[in-house]
Design a protein around this ligand. Structure first.
Ligand code: E4P
Length: 266
């Protein structure tokens, strides 16, 4: 499974890429706002170019802001023209259904994906909450589909009036009482169903909205192609109390001759 960083914070991105295990970046308008809030006045165009250069040969998702077919395609073209020449790694993020629930333009996202895919612009279909949305996006030619698994868990828990914190783990097989939304039992189950449905498509399943390492592991277990995670989760991946304790004990046990032999080799 590929590992993307879900961030627009350049310091976090730089640090994560220095580990040598990051395969791409996802951003969204909220993450860009977070970066602007942190770094103050930034020249957004230069800032994005810097991020693209850090990512080099790995894909970076940039999201459109509009919510209708024409404007989304226009914005996608603007973003792609302005930024893809920098490092040839731009992916355009398009919401699968931009209708806000009250406009009659539910299919504008799918149509925009189709138009962009025909022009060979890679698309990440975002805000996916059902296997059917993922299927539509894949049929339209999306390069990636992004099921938001953490937010799906929020949705299930809220539906059944459960109290929870955003980072709380929710079981991949769902609540023991059988809670589900139209046959989907958890965010990870949503990812698993999409993986199965898209088996014969070129579209990659990009598990998003991951809040903890256990969800990340479960995405790998259900064979998601990609998981995008906040920097905080990447850092948690490497830590275990017993690893730290082992380091302390091994360090205490170092034999002088063994240490000297290694120092001489430096
Ligand atoms: C992915 O592309 C999204 O930017 C992200 O994963 C959303 O995560 P959140 O639900 O924790 O905000």
């Amino acid at each position: 499974m590929k590992l993307f960083i879900d961030s627009a914070d350049i310091e976090e991105i730089k640090e994560a890429y220095s580990y040598g295990i990051i395969d791409g970046i996802t951003t969204n308008p909220s993450l860009i706002k977070k970066a602007v809030d942190k770094y103050g006045k930034i020249k957004i165009k230069d800032y994005i170019k810097k991020i693209l250069k850090i990512a080099k040969n790995t894909p970076v998702s940039l999201e459109v802001l509009s919510a209708n077919y024409k404007a989304m395609v226009q914005e996608a073209n603007t973003l792609y023209k302005a930024f893809n020449p920098v490092a040839k790694n731009v992916v355009i993020k398009i919401p699968v259904d931009p209708s806000f629930g009250h406009n009659d333009n539910h299919f504008d996202g799918v149509k925009a994906i189709r138009t962009l895919a025909r022009k060979k612009v890679p698309v990440n279909a975002t805000l996916i909450f059902t296997p059917e949305q993922a299927l539509l996006a894949a049929k339209a030619g999306a390069r990636y589909v992004s099921p938001f698994l953490g937010r799906f868990d929020d949705f299930i828990r809220a539906m059944y009036k459960m109290k929870f914190k955003k980072e709380d783990y929710f079981p991949m097989h769902g609540h023991k009482a059988g809670w589900n939304y139209n046959g989907v039992y958890s965010g990870v189950d949503l990812v698993a169903q999409i993986v199965q449905i898209l088996e014969n498509y070129d579209t990659e399943v990009l598990a998003a909205s991951i809040r903890n390492v256990r969800q990340l592991r479960e995405c790998a277990l259900v064979k998601a192609d990609v998981a995008t995670v906040p920097f905080k989760v990447i850092k948690e991946m490497v830590v275990h109390k017993k690893t730290e304790e082992g380091m302390i004990n091994f360090t205490k046990d170092i034999v002088v001759e063994y240490a000297e032999m290694l120092r001489r080799k430096r």
